[in-house]
Design a binder for this molecule. Structure first.
Ligand SMILES: [Zn+2]
Length: 280
């Protein structure tokens, strides 16, 4: 495979019309794009054609948003149907108490999902709140990475009150405490974390169990400090991702090529780092 995309949302109606609800039309205008709905087979074919292995993300923010989840069972079903191009990360609703821990254990042990994806703004929590520590403790014990949205979000952008989404929980500095308290837990800070880009770099440089995924932004708009670290000190802990279907693969790849990294760095970012993190 040419690359591993560590940040892929199902471009299906379950995610775009179900779990995202009114956020989808707002997102479409924020990213200046119309999002075609795909079936699971069609989505698999898209990745097969690109020769890209995709980490499919479940989504469960039902307590905070009222929208139905993209369930762990749905994602496991996608993986079972197309194991050559998909693996899956679970999602659990952090506001569901002990049920969140039980669901994470089920998703990893019984469904074979290989990580946990969380979104503080959508799910209505802050990562350093000790109420949620049993979830991080469980991920750490299961040996699966935790991928957490950081930085601003297209979700709710432009809606009255930003759709009720709070941005503060997505400050990567909140994950610094989690990385300190769970040194064996691998934590992926998803997206270049604008407006906290320097904070994100500082956390990544200080905590070797943290990573940065490069999804959600065209590489054209990466901050100069981030570009420098990708080619330098963080080249072993940055990960290719698109945030499919919000960012198109061809555009991401050509903008990344234009940054002019040497082949060794590009191979780490596009493939090798993810292979190591996920044990592929
Ligand atoms: Zn995303």
């Amino acid at each position: 495979m040419r690359a591993v995309d560590v940040h892929v949302h199902p471009s299906t109606t379950e995610y775009l019309d179900g779990a995202m609800g009114e956020f989808t039309p707002a997102c479409e205008s924020y990213f200046h794009t119309a999002l075609p709905r795909q079936g699971v087979d069609e989505m698999a074919e898209h990745f097969r054609r690109l020769d890209v292995f995709a980490v499919l993300l479940a989504w469960d923010a039902h307590t905070n948003t009222g929208y139905p989840p993209v369930s762990n069972d749905f994602v496991a079903g996608c993986v079972a149907a197309h194991p050559d191009v998909f693996c899956g990360f679970a999602s659990v609703d952090p506001l569901s108490g002990p049920a969140a821990v039980a669901e994470l254990e089920r998703a990893v042990r019984d469904l074979g999902l290989r990580g946990l994806k969380m979104h503080p703004g959508a799910q209505g929590f802050t990562p350093d709140d000790r109420t949620h520590y049993p979830i991080w403790e469980t991920a750490s014990a299961l040996g699966v990475p935790l991928l957490v949205h950081t930085g601003t979000t297209g979700l709710g952008a432009g809606l009255p009150g930003g759709g009720g989404i709070h941005l503060a929980g997505a400050n990567p500095m909140l994950l610094d405490a989690v990385a300190a308290d769970f040194p064996d837990l691998q934590i992926v800070m998803a997206h270049p974390a604008w407006p906290w880009q320097d904070e994100q770099i500082a956390v990544a440089l200080h905590k070797p169990n943290t990573w940065i995924d490069l999804s959600g932004w065209s590489p054209r708009y990466f901050a100069p400090a981030l570009v420098r670290e990708i080619g330098g000190r963080l080249q072993d802990r940055v990960l290719f991702g698109t945030d499919h279907p919000f960012i198109a693969h061809d555009k991401w790849f050509s903008a990344f090529d234009a940054l002019g990294f040497d082949d060794t760095v590009a191979e780490k970012v596009l493939r090798a780092n993810a292979v190591r993190l996920l044990g592929l």
